[in-house]
Design a protein around this ligand. Sequence first.
Ligand code: 8YV
Length: 330
Amino acid sequence: MASDRPLVIVTRKLPDVVETRLRELFDARLNLEDKPFSRDELIAAMKEATVLVPTVTDRIDRAVLSQAGPDLKLIAQFGTGVDNIDLDTARNRAILVTNTPGVLTEDTADMTMALILAVPRRLTEGAALLKSGSDAWQGWSPTWMLGQRIYGKRLGIVGMGRIGQAVARRAKAFGLQIHYHNRRRVPSDVEKELEATYWDSLDQMLVRMDIISINCPHTPATYHLLSARRLALLKPTAYIVNTARGEVIDENALARMIDNNELAGAGLDVFEHEPAVNPKLLRNDRVVVLPHMGSATLEGRIDMGEKVIVNIKTFLDGHAPPDRVHPAMF
Ligand code: 8YV
């Protein structure tokens, strides 16, 4: 017998406690196997569901949205970034989109800071060498495995939203001098707290920095914001860290420049064509790569699930869900 509760289709496996609550509240169709939906499966889900709970791995473009069924009223994204969803088409079809901002700020900032530390100090290189079991380590040497000092360097943050500010707070404690570029200048009390220097010209900031951290969303305006031309503005001793979205950097140009010693290295948690990673980046010891783990803590994923549930519940109860996404926000 069909349920009289609204059908909520979840595209990926979520933490048990989140799935249990979804089942308690809604007619929730879960993906216990965590097998990513094919495009056809996604379209089939959109035809049937009242609420879809997708993630970054579901590409909900105009063609997919155009096949949504009449019941589909809400896309409650499990994640903060919504660049996988065509927001304009969703709005034109009167489908509301929500996301999960705020709850993954600290985890993502921690991972960003970890990469800022790991790349100049050659952390993964040293760890991998020892674990390889080889006899490559003949004991301590004064000139071996030297990296670059972090303390006192200049960090340029591209995108000074919640995550950018959380990165700045951490970086300041490590003795980095904070600079940032953002569409809007942040309030002066925030600038003061972070002792942050604002650059309205991204180019002008790039030429002066020792480390760049990408913390802006991926939108049409930020696609390849770090283009080959802009990457060439960086000092050859500069490092670049990206925990935002791969599309913000021209990945091919980045890989080529690190290989050619035109840049010192990179720490990357995200990639332009995930899950594919440019083989040049994988091969290069001066590049630390992580498989999109920025928000990957159990607590974070449960908090994200809780946000999804609140968004769905308030919406189905006839209220405005707290985390509505408007195309103009991005
Ligand atoms: C998420 C993220 O894990 O929330 C985001 O925007 O990039 C990740 O940390 C993923 O996107 C979930 O959909």
